[in-house]
Write a protein that binds this ligand. Structure first.
Ligand SMILES: *Cc1c(COP(=O)(O)O)cnc(C)c1O
Length: 492
């Protein structure tokens, strides 16, 4: 597949180089006095004229952005096996419901009696997430997984403060997502690392040694970032609770067991759920997302406000509560993301959700089975929804995970997550999700196997990839550090 080259699409400002007069809109004649804005508005509110602002027709503008969109890779284009990110398909019906005027055109300060449907949807979504987790309560406020973590740890801090001592440490496994230690430290705790055992799960003896009365919480990812379930989670939660700590679960990997297991029964005190991962909704490119947090009885009094309560068949927003951690976000969170997630849950039902995780796990193990031998597996045990290979076989020919990832682009696939988790050197972390067809999963495996053969035959071909993409290898560090988005008019 050869796509258009980036250089073929000039920047917006260069689309009409001779500056011929074109127009993208037609406005009716003015029926008010034609005033000079400078005569009526304060100087500080006036925008300076944009020099050389392009004149373009509507069709040209649409074509420009459509072409740009085709230079990129998207879930709607093909398999997007970015491990830990759960890049699943966003069914179009989600977009239909999110555009219904009764949801899309609301104002967050409308009185409760005008927005009963929206409040009912939020309340029902809370019930659904309680059912999925087996927990006592849910806040829908957080904007993303990382924000959910912060919300959960702040609730834990509040509960500990109510007991008289907020404590000072949060324990985090060495395989954790970087947001976990970042959250701990943002919430005022020292993040201390728990080493992994040889099978990739938490080293229980090490945890027992680290767990003491200074530890506020242990943050665990279930299944962990290797896709391996913490099979001793009951011992872990018992150990943490015995020393007065709380168990926080990172639920970003809920896709692995939704409909199959309840974290409430595992002794969890809080777990965030990435709606934009497990429950579809558009995802990637920076948001918006939603990271609701489910909590145990112990944290129930500290849930953020505002929150929805049900009174008979009416719903009401509660704005104040002295025990609450307060507002983690304005108003009702990413409301239209909540609408999409609820649509997804309702479309699938309990049976469908269970089937989804079954297929996601099946696909990951299919990939594990087909690629083992060609790629090295540091932790070679059956996993759930994702599988982590590494590049150690290919590295003997000086081909590394980045080269394999880039070569995959030539085959029309988005690369897996690279270099994460940190405990696997040269990691290639593959998460197919349940979205692709079996044929597409097969084609992905074929491409990976072909690349492994290419590494044997012609390593330079792989090292110089990609060959067929709109841009070749860019200097990612320089692109991030010296970002240039402003058009500079040619001199002279
Ligand atoms: C995605 C992810 C997060 C962070 O979630 P965001 O919604 O991106 O903030 C945290 N932990 C794990 C394991 C994840 O995969």
């Amino acid at each position: 597949m050869r796509r258009r080259a980036l250089r073929d699409e000039p920047p917006f400002f260069e689309l009409n180089p001779r500056r011929t007069v074109r127009q993208g809109h037609l406005l009716p004649p003015l029926d008010v006095p034609d005033l000079d804005p400078a005569a009526v508005l304060p100087q500080s509110l006036l925008r300076a004229p944009v020099e050389d602002f392009p004149d373009l027709g509507e069709h040209e503008v649409v074509q420009h952005f459509h072409r740009l969109s085709q230079l990129n890779y998207a879930v709607d284009e093909g398999l997007y096996p970015l491990g830990s990110c759960t890049m699943k398909y966003n069914p179009r019906i989600n977009e239909r419901t999110a555009r219904l005027a009764g949801f899309a055109d609301l104002h967050p300060l409308q009185p409760d009696d005008q927005v009963q449907g929206a409040l009912a949807l939020m309340w029902e979504l809370e019930q659904a997430l309680k059912a999925v987790t087996g927990m006592a309560g849910v806040t829908l406020q957080p904007a993303a997984g990382a924000h959910g973590e912060l919300t959960g740890i702040l609730m834990i801090r509040k509960a500990l403060e109510a007991r008289g001592d907020a404590r000072s440490i949060v324990l985090v496994p060495d395989s954790a997502h970087g947001t976990n230690p970042a959250t701990a430290s943002f919430a005022g705790y020292e993040a201390v690392e728990i080493p992994s055992a040889v099978d990739g799960t938490v080293d229980l003896a090490a945890l027992a040694e680290l767990m003491n009365e200074r530890v506020a919480a242990v943050m665990l990812t279930v299944p962990n970032t290797l896709g391996v379930f913490e099979h001793r989670i009951l011992e872990i939660s018992e150990l943490v609770h015995r020393r007065g700590g709380f168990l926080y679960l990172d639920g970003a990997n809920l896709n692995a067991f939704v409909g199959r297991a309840l974290v409430g029964r595992m002794g969890a005190d809080a777990m965030h759920i990435n709606l934009h991962k497990t429950f579809s909704t558009p995802h990637g490119g920076g948001g918006p997302g939603a990271g609701p947090v489910a909590v145990s009885e112990a944290l129930l009094p500290h849930l953020p406000v505002p929150r929805v309560v049900r009174e008979g068949d009416r719903f009401r927003m509660v704005w104040h509560d002295p025990n609450s951690v307060g507002a983690m976000r304005g108003y009702a969170g990413s409301f239209l993301i909540l609408v999409r997630a609820m649509t997804y849950i309702r479309s699938l039902g309990a049976e469908g959700l269970r089937e989804l995780s079954d297929v996601a796990v099946l696909y990951a193990n299919l990939i594990r089975h087909r690629l083992r031998g060609a790629y090295h597996l540091k932790y070679d045990a059956p996993s759930l929804h994702e599988v982590v290979f590494d590049d150690s076989v290919q590295a003997t020919r000086d081909v590394h995970n980045i080269d394999i990832a880039k070569r995959l682009l030539d085959y029309g696939f988005h690369p897996p997550t690279m270099s994460f988790p940190l405990i696997v050197h040269g990691a290639l972390m593959i998460e197919p999700t349940e979205s692709p067809s079996p044929e597409e999963v097969g084609a992905f495996c074929d491409a990976m196997l072909e690349i492994a053969r290419e590494v044997e035959r012609d390593p330079l071909l792989v090292k110089s990839a990609p060959h067929d993409t709109p841009v070749r290898r860019i200097d990612e560090v320089r692109a991030a550090r010296a970002l240039k988005v402003r058009w500079q008019p040619e001199q002279g």
